[in-house]
Write a protein that binds this ligand. Structure first.
Ligand code: ADP
Ligand code: MG
Ligand code: ZN
Length: 558
């Protein structure tokens, strides 16, 4: 529509609509109640701001985020639009004044918190106002099935009848499962056909897993390549935060730190400095970020593996809220899994809760080890609709290599697990398949198995990699606990009986960090050994004896 495009360009200075926006706005233009389901940063605000500007009357925006109302209103003022907010942060005298101005139709937009509808004087004022539309921002809060249910949100529904004037009703949300969507549709009288669903994929985010790198070196080189960009580095512990902060501070970066060990004032100052662009970088534990809406964050680096996909996606999702391309990098080292396991052990949870946490951590580890598209993994995990096979921009999609059929090897691994009576973990299983001389194997009588040494043409590392791959693809299960034990599942059976094939992406360059070309061979081997011992979760001396120089040389770059 011409008039909407004009508003977009003249008021907001944008050239074109983002996916879904024009459709939502056209619906509103035709007087239809509409639900917009778009990812964070997708541009939901414009979906009510543009029609609100195109229509006569006052648009009421209901939002549970009081802290963000002022920003939105300031933004509209800067564009020369009459807007205000009415919430508990202003005096009651001021509230009364704004209500009177609202009844005189002096605002084009009025932002309110859901609790406002409990006030008789507010309802009365609404009845006197010429309303254009009522938008429920964060509409999932209206549903008991949502993750952030607000009873006050739901109790607005019956009140809508009393308001009169037939304003158009809109719902907007980024987090809606099918149940929540149906709930919003029925409560707000929105026809399913008038629901605009762009999917949840955050197309501007690129996900990367970096394995076996020196983390600080990685961060420093990332910062050098991305100078002037705003970013958050999440660490697992306060100690890690202090360490990373000190290094960056010493190098002269404008950096803040945030964790639970700092005083309230220190945390407040750090947050303010970061929000108002006095510092570009924030090093923090997961304590940082709740309720923070900073739109120009260009990258999130995780210094260590988070405890589950939920926290990971929430933290990584703080990048790119303005819709611009942004990176989410996770620095993975297997030792960090132990930190998370330790935290679970130490939490005073009941057995059942603990098992659930282990399971979630396991999915997080699988994310780090999967060889398929990271973006698809995320979309599948959260059941955010059908994922395309590959996003083409995550570290796995960008990896060079070939897809190979490994069904036969998978069968060997699975039958080995079966022969070991599903009583052992990854380490011992790999040793059996390799045909290792490890004393433990003799002790447990494992050298007599028919699968002993059946994969001896591979290194133990390569075998381990394949077992982890089978785990990540859920072709094999792991019993939860501190030392996961390999178990067969239905998919294992299907593979063993030849009903299902397994393909694996074999990288041209091994996952261990490439040795530096400039160093001499000895130094290169040393580096390689170091990164490989990290990969295998073994102390360095084990590799010394287990891996011959010749074997190691296979991994050297040409
Ligand atoms: P959401 O509420 O969906 O998370 P916002 O409405 O806060 O997203 O918008 C995110 C960012 O995208 C804002 O900075 C906004 O100005 C910008 N934006 C929205 N629509 C467009 C557009 N059509 N073109 C360019 N930028 C846009
Ligand atoms: Mg929003
Ligand atoms: Zn991908």
């Amino acid at each position: 529509m011409e008039k909407h495009l004009n508003i977009l360009q003249n008021y907001f200075g944008y050239t074109s609509f983002r996916p879904g926006q024009a459709e939502v706005i056209n619906n509103i233009d035709q007087g239809k109640n509409t639900l917009a389901v778009m990812p964070t940063g997708g541009g939901k605000s414009l979906c009510y701001q543009v029609p609100g500007l195109a229509m006569n009357g006052t648009a009421i925006i209901i939002s549970p985020l009081i802290s963000l109302m002022k920003d939105q209103v300031d933004g509209l003022h800067a564009l020369g639009v009459a807007a205000t907010y009415i919430n508990s942060s202003i005096s009651s005298a001021e509230q009364r004044q704004r209500l009177i101005a609202m009844q005189q139709n002096r605002y084009q937009f009025v932002y309110v918190a859901p609790e406002r509808f409990e006030s008789g004087s507010f309802i009365h004022a609404l009845q006197q106002t010429n309303l254009s539309l009522i938008a429920f921002d964060e509409a999932h809060c209206i549903s008991q099935w949502g993750h952030d249910f607000r009873p006050s949100y739901r109790s607005i529904v019956p009140i809508l009848q009393q308001i009169g004037g037939n304003p158009i009703i809109m719902g907007l949300t980024a987090t809606a499962t099918p149940e929540v969507i149906e709930d919003i549709q029925s409560l707000l009288h929105i026809a399913p056909a008038n629901t605009v669903h762009t999917g949840f994929e955050r197309k501007n985010l690129s996900f990367f897993i970096e394995k076996g790198v020196n983390k600080i070196d990685y961060i420093l080189s990332y910062l050098k390549k991305h100078q002037g960009e705003v970013g958050i580095i999440y660490a697992a512990t306060r100690k890690q935060v202090e360490y990373v902060y000190d290094v960056l501070n010493e190098k002269g970066y404008a950096v803040s730190k945030y964790h639970g060990g700092l005083s309230e004032q220190e945390r407040q100052d750090a947050q303010t400095a970061f929000i108002f662009d006095q510092t570009e970088l924030m090093v923090a534990t997961t304590a940082f970020g709740m309720g923070i809406d900073k739109s120009n964050v260009r990258f999130i680096i995780h210094y260590a593996i988070p405890m589950n996909m939920e926290s990971y996606y929430q933290e990584a999702g703080r990048a790119g809220r303005d819709g611009e391309p942004s990176n989410c990098v996770l620095l993975f080292s297997p030792q960090d899994i132990h930190t998370q396991k330790f935290l679970i052990e130490k939490s005073e949870m009941e057995e059942e809760g603990m098992q659930r946490e282990y399971q979630k951590l396991n999915k997080m580890v699988n994310y780090c080890r999967t060889q398929s598209c990271l973006n698809s993994y995320i979309l599948n995990y959260f059941q955010l609709g059908s994922a395309t096979a590959s996003c083409g921009r995550c570290s796995n999609c960008l990896q060079q290599g070939e897809l190979e059929d490994i069904t036969e090897e998978a069968q060997m691994i699975l039958s080995c697990v079966k022969r070991m009576r599903e009583r052992f973990g990854v380490g011992l299983t790999a040793k059996v398949l390799k045909g290792s001389k490890d004393k433990k194997l003799i002790q447990f009588g494992l050298t007599k198995l028919t699968t002993y040494g059946i994969l001896s043409k591979y290194t133990e590392k390569e075998i381990t990699e394949r077992i982890h791959f089978l785990l990540a693809e859920e072709c094999l299960a792991a019993e939860e606990g501190q030392f996961p034990i390999l178990k067969l599942n239905q998919k294992s059976m299907d593979i063993l009986t030849g009903k299902e094939n397994v393909t694996m992406f074999i990288q041209d360059v091994p996952t261990v960090e490439k040795a530096d070309y400039n160093t001499d061979l000895f130094e290169a081997l040393r580096q390689l050994r170091r990164s490989m011992s990290q990969e295998l979760e073994l102390p360095p001396y084990v590799l010394f004896s287990d891996m011959t120089l010749k074997e190691m040389a296979r991994y050297l770059p040409e």
